[in-house]
Design a protein around this ligand. Structure first.
Ligand SMILES: Nc1nc2c(ncn2[C@@H]2O[C@H](COP(=O)(O)OP(=O)(O)OP(=O)(O)O)[C@@H](O)[C@H]2O)c(=O)[nH]1
Ligand SMILES: [Mg+2]
Length: 445
């Protein structure tokens, strides 16, 4: 399959000023020459204007700008060609149809260009994941995180740990295989501090409060408060649509209602919840249980009170350093601010007053949270559950290795840890790495 030459429209389908069609594989330049009969093929990486023709009918397809790349100096590491054509649907369809008729050419599968880049050693798995994240990034923070990862922030971290462990493993294996060699006695004791150092670093990276994953997937915000406080009204105001039902009947909202927002460059999942109160109604009670569960999982809670009433204890019980207290209905005559303080916001959703201040406080709180996570660790943030899982397995293997009863078992556990770390970047098999390191030993046997 990898011998195929693949092609795809790289810009969104539909009409546009310019559309880019990308071709990659051994026959890419041959296709270039078939589409541009009688015209000289330029040198690689040179953008040229060319008339494209259908080689089957001889009919003209378009006037295009074309750039050819020669492997391995291309994104995929293979010969490739990019056709920048006029973005009309008939032109795009025409060029794609002609490409599919060329020898060895076929439509690319989703992600196949990036997959080839990985298979040809142009990028590692964390960079491939970063490309996907970058394409899907909707906020500033997601974009910056994806760019850092694409530049190798996680690659260097994981490869660094893997290399250090591989060297320790090579020493241990040399000790086991060639015990008459001039290697230190009690080697296991000597390498243990290095292993525990690496464990400490992995642990520190894992304990980032899931910030990287949250930046990527969205920070979790939840609105909580007594029935009729105006929670659903606030959610609708923040997302600027009627996502939740608003009514003067207390106990309107039962399910948790999630909306996705971009707040000050952060991707946020905002949840509206059932009003908190004692109830005999089974369905409402279930809604309240769900609300409390969400409060437990949230990164930030907006505790909403009706400022015309006394403070309700159930909402007060949720106050902590991850909550913002807001008194709603400041437009009403009976509004009396039952609680005062510099961090207590007053608002009227009805009159659209105090909303900007609330948004500013939310953004400031999110920013402080992310910065606290960044400063507590000098490591780049972990971005995916896949990474977390492999790192946890690596950590457990290392923990086993330091308490292993036999050096053979300790070495096997370290080998497992190296393998888990290797699965993060997809680079170099353990055996390859050992071969590389053993070469430095000059054991000569
Ligand atoms: N005067 C005034 N009324 C408001 C304000 N915000 C919401 N309301 C009204 O308060 C009532 C309850 O609003 P909701 O948004 O449904 O309240 P909720 O907290 O979601 O209530 P439950 O879903 O029952 O828990 C509605 O009649 C709203 O129009 C406000 O700022 N001022
Ligand atoms: Mg509601």
């Amino acid at each position: 399959m990898s011998g195929d030459t693949i092609f795809a429209l790289s810009t969104p389908p539909g009409r546009s000023g310019v559309a880019v069609i990308r071709v990659s594989g051994p026959a890419a330049w041959e296709g270039y020459s078939l589409l541009t009969p009688g015209q000289i093929l330029p040198t690689a990486r040179q953008a040229v204007t060319r008339k494209l023709f259908d080689p089957n009918s001889g009919e003209i397809l378009d006037h295009a700008m074309v750039i050819g790349f020669r492997g391995p100096s291309s994104f995929t590491g293979e010969d490739s060609v990019e056709y920048q054509i006029h973005g009309g649907t008939a032109i795009i369809d025409g060029v794609l149809k002609v490409l599919s008729s060329l020898p060895y050419h076929r439509m690319a599968l989703p992600g196949e260009f990036t997959r080839r880049a990985f298979e040809n050693g142009k990028i590692d798995l964390t960079a491939a994941e970063a490309i996907a994240d970058l394409i899907h990034a909707e906020t500033e923070s997601q974009r910056l995180q994806a760019l850092k990862q694409m530049d190798g922030a996680l690659f260097y971290l994981y490869e660094g740990w893997k290399d250090r462990l591989a060297r320790i493993l090579a020493l241990m294996e040399a000790d086991l295989d060639f015990s008459d060699q001039d290697l230190p006695d009690d080697l296991i004791l000597k390498v243990t501090p290095d292993v525990t150092d690496i464990m400490g670093e992995i642990d520190c990276h894992l304990n980032d409060g899931h910030r990287g994953e949250l930046l990527r997937d969205g920070l979790r915000l939840v609105i909580l408060g007594a029935p009729n406080a105006g929670k659903s009204s606030l959610l609708n105001k923040l997302c600027q649509r009627d996502a939740a039902i608003v009514s003067p009947i207390a106990g309107t909202t039962r399910d948790v209602i999630d909306v996705h927002l971009n707040l000050g460059g952060y991707s946020v999942i905002l949840a509206d919840t059932a009003g908190l109160r004692e109830t005999d109604n089974h369905i409402e009670a279930e809604g309240i249980t769900r609300a409390i569960n969400r409060a437990g999982q949230a990164d930030l809670k907006i505790l909403l009170f009706d400022g015309t009433k006394e403070l309700d204890q159930q909402t007060m019980d949720l106050v902590d350093d991850r909550s913002i207290i807001v008194l709603n209905k400041s437009d009403e005559k009976g509004f009396h601010a039952p609680i005062e303080g510099p961090n207590i916001l007053k608002m009227s959703v009805l009159r659209d007053e105090g909303i900007e201040e609330l948004i500013d406080s939310i953004i400031a709180a999110l920013k402080a949270m992310i910065e606290a996570a960044n400063s507590s660790s000098h490591f780049p943030l972990l971005t995916r559950a896949r990474h977390r899982e492999a790192l946890e397995k690596a950590y457990l293997s290392l923990a086993r290795s330091v308490s292993a009863p036999l050096p053979e078992l300790a070495a096997e556990d370290i080998r497992m840890a190296v393998r888990h770390l290797g699965s993060l970047t997809g680079r170099v098999d353990v055996e390859d790495l050992l071969d590389m390191i053993f070469r430095d030993f000059c054991i000569g046997k």
